[in-house]
Write a protein that binds this ligand. Structure first.
Ligand code: ISE
Length: 329
């Protein structure tokens, strides 16, 4: 079976998914695209041989759509996922599932109320498909670094996603570390705190960088710095320190150039080149599961809810001047 995919949102992420499905994923075809910017939708639809649908509702109910990818603005994810549930359409929603706990909880409840043998919602936490993160898990499981004691992560963007504030840094960017830390350590995050440092003068819209402390049920503390206007390059770091060793993501540079007594390395400008293989694996796994009618191996609606609960606790800590906050369960 070829899965006919409709894509909501023709911005950077929706366009990337559409092109990848079109050229690098087997068993799928993009049949429909919609965007609030009609011209943008039309340009993408032409590239992948799809048709343009008037809006999200029209795309979700189209006959030529078996499954939907949501890559629209975070604020409209919840209503669009709810519409997919109402029409029993499998959906891959980009992270976050929704920026508020209430909306995520509403979606989890709606999906569970359907009581289907195969859940409909998958969430795009693509780092779970990034091979080096899987290798970190293998290294931890092999026992080579001993019991994990602490972890350190960095998340640096060249320039912030426009229109966001300090809370959006957490719900839109740090949400990746929130998901991956619990996944790597095999233990949920149960307590957090948020800390400011001196803020960059290059963005007056938010506190930047931010420092987040995440404690798992297993007692491991992770320090995350998230800096969304770091300017120098797109950079993601992660180290897990154990009793007898540490495991680190290697720098993401593809080459280094040594010349005139210096060594230089290139950074990507954004996350798309760094996580290209992760996106391909994630999409292929989702398509294979939809085609076979089995549960997808992607993050579930409950994983999406858990990540947003941690994000909400961080925002509460931020508003409370950095006090520790327990994550709601
Ligand atoms: C963006 O939405 C992503 O998902 C990127 O991975 C992240 O680095 C960026 O900060 C977000 O805005």
């Amino acid at each position: 079976m070829t899965v006919r995919v409709g894509i909501i949102g023709a911005g950077a992420m929706g366009a990337d998914h559409a092109r990848r499905l079109h050229s690098a994923v087997s068993g799928a075809t993009v049949t429909a695209v919609t965007d609030i910017d009609h011209d943008r939708a039309a340009a993408l639809a032409e590239q992948v041989g799809a048709e343009v649908r008037a809006d999200a509702g029209d795309l979700i109910t189209a006959d030529a759509v078996d499954a939907v990818i949501i890559a629209s603005h975070d604020s409209v994810h919840a209503d669009q996922v709810a519409a997919c549930l109402a029409h029993r359409v499998p959906v891959l929603c980009e992270k976050p599932l929704a920026p508020t706990v209430a909306d995520c909880a509403r979606l989890v409840a709606a999906e569970e109320a359907l009581d289907l043998p195969v859940p409909l919602i998958s969430v795009g936490f693509m780092r779970r498909f990034h091979p080096p993160y899987a290798e970190i898990v293998e290294a931890i499981d092999s026992g080579v670094i001993g019991e994990p004691l602490l972890a350190r992560c960095s998340h640096r963007n060249v320039i912030a996603y426009p229109g966001g504030d300090s809370a959006a840094t957490i719900t839109n960017s740090a949400i990746h570390e929130i998901d991956i830390v619990g996944w790597l350590l095999g233990s949920p995050i149960t307590e957090v705190s948020w800390h400011a440092t001196r803020s960059t003068s290059l963005d007056g819209s938010r506190q930047d960088p931010q420092v987040l402390l995440l404690r798992t049920a297993s007692g491991v503390l992770t320090v995350v710095d998230v800096f969304v206007n770091a300017r120098y390059g797109y950079d993601v770091r992660c180290e897990v320190v154990g009793e007898t060793g540490t495991v680190n993501l290697a720098p993401a540079h593809s080459i280094t150039v040594d010349h005139a007594l210096t060594s230089t390395a290139a950074y990507p400008e954004d996350w798309l080149p760094l996580f290209a293989e992760a996106y391909r694996r994630e999409l292929q796994a989702w398509i294979d599961a939809v085609a076979a009618g089995r549960p997808s191996p992607l993050a579930t609606a409950r994983d999406g809810l858990q990540a947003t609960r941690v994000a909400a606790a961080l925002v509460e800590s931020m508003n409370g001047g950095g006090v520790p906050v327990k994550v709601q369960s």
